[in-house]
Design a protein around this ligand. Structure first.
Ligand SMILES: [Zn+2]
Length: 438
């Protein structure tokens, strides 16, 4: 059994439904805030109430719903879920803390910070057999109907465990349906049957998004237009009177611009992950721990590492669906080490070529890294491979700069950068013959 969330764009049936939904969300917020600030936080750590205890405060003769009768307008299970959110937020904070982040304590939530209502197990009805194509209706108890853009059907034998109705910062509504089901994923190919040619090493880059051991590279998304748009809308928002209708409109437009960039990035990652896991039996990537990266240099790397993590997650997810092994290998030394002979050469980031002083292997540095990642991956997976031959054709076709090997007495000597830089490194936009031929 797996649990998967299916998210859809949604439209309220009419204006009253939209008003009712937002009013109910805000009631959930009041319950959350009340439970957090009046009941939960004041107590010392060792005596915090359980969420069941908190939920029980809702009902009964002296319960909160008696004191604030308008809270009775909301489907009662939703109020319980609002209280449960305290526990969920708390465990998120704890896991961040465990990973070394500094976290504050849970805070009271303002209206714009609490934008969703959770229907758990009951209080909803999903109708996906309407007459219209790509259309479904969800009825929420005490709120009304929402029409979904039903672009992706729910699994047939799935059981809906939860539905989240949310008003996004853009002002649009969304409905996320959580389904438990038995997926029919293909088996991953047995390791004994895997040919090295059917596997690929992927180097995740900073300026270029991906380099692979078959010599392909994918540029990072061109985000200039999105960034311009965001900047323009920030400026636009700053000129509006805070809280006015115009300000609210500008705020939503800004949120839409951010959303659009976010979606484009996600699309790109998902497409690449899908393509690679469909084409290969095994995909190897570097294990890029966010924390280790954060301790490295500069912010650009930090931001890159965030997107790397998401990319790796996407590969793992698609690997499961498409029957492809997705394996992470230790990243140490993959840029330094020669993929052909293992000799280590220090090279700063601006040195774009790998030129081995020991075996004369000369290629683009990212291509060498991808080959090295593949070598490590095959080793970890347990596939025997004559890696010494991979990429040899390329080495021979590369401009010969053989002086280096002779000059270095010990092959493992570190070579200074200026001796490693050589012109004419092969372009990696095309797949080299060595990688495709068997
Ligand atoms: Zn070498």
């Amino acid at each position: 059994m797996v649990e998967e969330t299916f998210k859809y764009a949604a439209t309220p049936a009419d204006a009253e439904t939209a008003t009712a939904a937002w009013a109910d969300i805000q009631t959930c917020r009041e319950v959350y805030n009340h439970a957090l600030t009046q009941e939960y936080r004041p107590r010392p750590d060792y005596n915090k109430p359980s969420y069941t205890e908190l939920q029980n405060n809702l009902t009964g003769p002296n319960g909160w719903k008696q004191r604030w009768p308008e809270w009775q307008n909301v489907y009662s299970k939703c109020l319980q879920m609002a209280i449960r959110r305290i526990k969920q937020s708390e465990s998120v904070l704890e896991s961040l803390q465990d990973r070394g982040y500094e976290v504050g304590r849970l805070k009271w939530k303002a209206p714009q910070e609490f934008r969703s209502i959770v229907y758990n197990q009951s209080g909803f009805d999903v109708d996906h057999n309407t007459d219209r194509t790509d259309h479904a209706i969800v009825n929420f108890s005490k709120v009304g109907d929402f029409h979904l853009t039903y672009h992706r059907p729910l699994p047939d034998d799935g059981e809906i465990t939860q539905i989240i109705l949310k008003k996004e910062k853009t002002g649009d509504w969304s409905v996320s349906i959580v389904v438990e089901y038995d997926p029919e994923y293909p088996e991953k190919p047995p390791v004994e049957g895997i040919e090295p040619e059917e596997t690929v090493g992927i180097d995740l880059g900073i300026t270029t998004f991906i380099h692979d051991s078959d010599g392909r590279s994918f540029e990072s998304l061109n985000e200039q237009r999105d960034c311009d748009r965001i900047e323009r809308r920030h400026w636009n928002l700053s000129r509006k009177e805070h809280g006015s209708n115009n300000w609210e409109q500008a705020r939503q437009q800004l949120a839409q611009a951010y959303d659009r960039l976010h979606n484009r990035r996600e699309d790109y990652r998902e497409k690449l992950a899908h393509e690679y896991t469909m084409e290969y039996d095994a995909v190897f990537l570097e294990d890029l721990d966010v924390k280790a990266m954060a301790e490295d240099d500069g912010t650009s790397r930090n931001i890159a590492s965030m997107s790397w993590r998401q990319t790796i997650q996407a590969f793992k997810r698609h690997g499961k669906k498409n029957g492809c092994h997705v394996i992470e290998v230790p990243p140490e030394g993959t840029t330094k080490r020669c993929s052909q002979c293992g000799c280590e050469t220090d090279k700063p980031l601006w040195v774009r070529e790998h030129s081995c002083p020991a075996c004369n292997f000369e290629v683009d540095r990212d291509y060498n890294s991808a080959l090295e990642i593949k070598r490590l991956g095959l080793e970890q997976l347990g596939v025997e491979a004559p890696m010494q031959t991979v990429g040899q054709d390329m080495a021979e076709s590369a401009p010969a700069e053989t002086a280096l090997a002779g000059e270095t007495e010990d092959p493992s000597d570190k070579v200074s950068p200026k001796r490693v830089v050589e012109p004419g490194s092969p372009c990696l936009e095309e797949r080299p013959a060595s990688a495709v031929s068997k």
